[in-house]
Design a protein around this ligand. Sequence first.
Ligand code: HEM
Length: 148
Amino acid sequence: MTLHHFVLILHLLAATIWVGGHLLLAICYLPTALKKKDPQIILNFEKKYEKLGMSSLALLIITGIWMAYDFGVTAETWFHFSSGFEKVVSIKLILLFCTFFCAVCAQFFIIPNLKPNNINKMAVIILTVTSIGVTMLILGSTLRYGGI
Ligand code: HEM
């Protein structure tokens, strides 16, 4: 096994936790929370998942950038949208910033005032972050064919 292969396995494990956790939240917990108008269901999940989720996101970033460098896609080439591979890495980085933006909105503006009547705002954030995660996974799967 090469070092790159090992890093790729870590990347895939972290992607499984990040995307899987958000799909579980969006498909299983969110509908129940909306039906019962009970924000606590979401908050309980977040409390248990937060550490694992944030560590897996950090691992995705480190391993992703590591592998991009392995392929010669270094920071100087990012956001030039010139080659198929670099395009995918740049889009992944932009989506990563969108994920951070959603996390900041949730942590500072939505979660502190989460009540049964504004649970919809949290639903929008959860569905956005989940869709972004799935998009990142699909984009990642194109890289072995040279990107888009
Ligand atoms: C939510 C975040 C992310 C998810 C869900 C994700 C998911 C994936 C998946 C499923 C693959 C496919 C591997 C394969 O086809 O064998 C992949 C590959 C890859 N990802 Fe990510 N990724 C994420 C974030 C990132 C970030 C932030 C970067 C770097 C800026 C990155 C860079 C790469 C690279 C370079 C590969 C190609 C590895 C190879 O084929 O050797 N990823 N990713």
